[in-house]
Design a protein around this ligand. Structure first.
Ligand code: NDP
Ligand code: 2IT
Length: 456
């Protein structure tokens, strides 16, 4: 690139960048999608800042520092030998140890984990904490497995992973299919293999080094993000109908906080379909859902047998229900462009992404073109990893902070992220493009650290 890239050339450079990325990473569609989403904001920003493009900063961020792929071999309850594939993507450690969750789901591929590790790098930067970006997991399906099978899988997974992680090197946590149970088995095996009692995982149980409010943090944070965005338009949650997808960790605590702030959450979902409860999913119903998911390990369709006013919509996603606000909290690409348009047509004025990259690229454009409040995942769901960072601090200092203190830090962190998005994302007409703001703010801190290190 020449020193200053003229505005009319930016798109050409973006396209050339993407062609190279696709050539080097063939077939990795989710990874391409995540990188493209970022460069559309960052290329125009760095066009007149040669210090970034001369040093190939974006090219280096989009090439993981290290990709570790390994076989995970375990025995099921019938004595069959099972083989899965495990991964850890260490994307970038310019501003801190690699940090990011582990996902156990049959849909896990190299592409999915590379997209997540890339996103995590920007998200972790936005938190303001010293956290690099990583992600890992396996194509293992915990659904329908016994506790013993899950334990044996986690132990086999850690037999290899422990070589690559450490409290100052790489600190995994939970994600889809990895919750308190799995973190317990993983931490136990790490401790056994290394004889070290260190904060090498976050999301741990409170008895063994976990932090208060880590479980709630992602869902709460996504709702705080919306609360901040609403406040910027002198509005609140009061009386707003909210759609939530998913019924796992992020979704359930998003519902709790929506209710707490005066909104009404009316949907939840899983891969089988969604439930619609026009009366609202109140605290009692939510407690039933948490037990269904975490203890009974059941399906959301069972909700309608328990709560009569609700309906179940098999094979569908909640976005067809009229609403004021939407919180996708299940998985990537769960809002198609058509569904985004349906949301807009039905009066939706705000979307906060609890899941990672839940909205397809053209769906995001539809939201931003309509100038609704739209918080992209790397900003909206950063509360989880932020409290993970606080768990690491508590582990290093061998102390426990109070719930009040952690609540305050979480809410301040989300306000800080909101304000950074406003700083870098305000358009000439006053509209705040939170996607642009999050991408640029996340980029700048990592990029400046990389510049300080020289070419390494
Ligand atoms: P959980 O495993 O607790 O819950 C996942 C939920 O999403 C389940 O209801 C699951 O339904 C549903 N789901 C998963 N995959 C699909 C799919 N392919 N189609 C439809 N539904 C699906 O995971 P989390 O709540 O932890 O994670 C949800 C999202 O939030 C993910 O995108 C994750 O990356 C993101 N996230 C999580 C953080 C955390 O702290 N846990 C932090 C930041 C982001 P089913 O049971 O049928 O699979
Ligand atoms: O996507 C995410 O930010 C997470 N799954 C949480 C990562 C973490 O390290 O807490």
């Amino acid at each position: 690139m020449s020193k200053i890239v003229p505005a009319e050339k930016v798109e050409e450079y973006q396209n050339r960048f993407m062609e190279g990325l696709k050539r080097r990473n063939p077939g990795e569609t989710e990874f391409h999608q995540a990188v493209y989403e970022v460069i559309q904001s960052v290329f125009p920003y760095i066009a007149d800042k040669p210090r970034y493009h001369e040093k190939q900063i974006l090219e280096r961020m989009a090439e993981p520092d290290r990709v570790i792929i390994f076989r995970v071999c375990w025995e099921d309850d019938e004595g069959n030998i099972r083989v899965n594939r495990g991964y850890r993507i260490q994307n970038n450690n310019a501003i801190g140890p690699y940090k990011g969750g582990l996902r156990f789901h049959p849909s896990v591929t190299l592409s999915v984990l590379k997209f997540l590790a890339f996103e995590q790098t920007f998200k972790n930067s936005l938190t303001g904490l010293p956290l690099g970006g990583g992600k890992g997991g396996a194509d293992f399906n915990p659904k329908g497995k016994s506790d013993n099978e899950v334990m044996r899988f986690c132990q086999a997974f850690m037999n290899e992973l422990h070589h690559h992680i450490g409290p100052n090197l790489d600190v995994p946590a939970g994600d889809i299919g990895v919750g308190a149970r799995e973190i317990g088995y993983l931490f136990g095996q790490y401790k056994n293999l290394t004889h070290q009692y260190v904060g090498v995982l976050t999301g741990k149980g409170l008895e063994y080094g976990g932090s208060l409010i880590r479980t709630e943090a992602t869902g709460y944070g996504a709702v705080y993000m919306m609360e901040n965005m609403l406040a910027s338009r002198n509005d609140t949650f009061e009386g707003k109908t909210c759609l939530v997808s998913g019924s796992g960790n992020v979704a359930t605590y998003a519902v709790e906080k929506i209710n707490h702030l005066g909104g009404k959450a009316v949907t939840l979902s899983d891969s089988g379909g969604y439930i619609h409860d026009p009366d609202g999913i109140d605290a009692e119903k939510l407690a039933w859902v948490v037990n269904l998911k975490n203890v009974k390990r059941g399906r959301i369709s069972e909700y309608v047998d328990e709560f009569k006013g609700a309906t179940f919509h098999a094979g569908k996603r909640p976005w067809e229900v009229p609403c004021d606000l939407a919180f996708p909290c299940a998985t990537q690409n769960e809002i198609s462009v058509d569904e985004a348009k349906t949301l807009l047509k039905n009066g939706c004025t705000g979307v906060s992404e609890g899941a990672n990259m839940p909205t397809e690229q053209d769906g995001i454009h539809a939201f931003i073109d309509a100038k609704i409040l739209f918080a992209p995942s790397k900003a909206a769901n950063a509360g989880g990893v932020a409290v993970s960072g606080l768990e690491m601090s508590q582990n290093s200092a061998r102390i426990h902070w109070s719930e009040d203190e952690l609540q305050r830090l979480l809410s301040e962190t989300m306000k800080g992220i909101h304000d950074k998005c406003v700083q870098y994302g305000r358009e000439d007409d006053g509209y705040v493009n939170y996607l642009k703001g999050a991408n640029i703010a996340g980029f700048v801190k990592v990029a400046d650290a990389m510049l300080a290190y020289g070419v390494v």
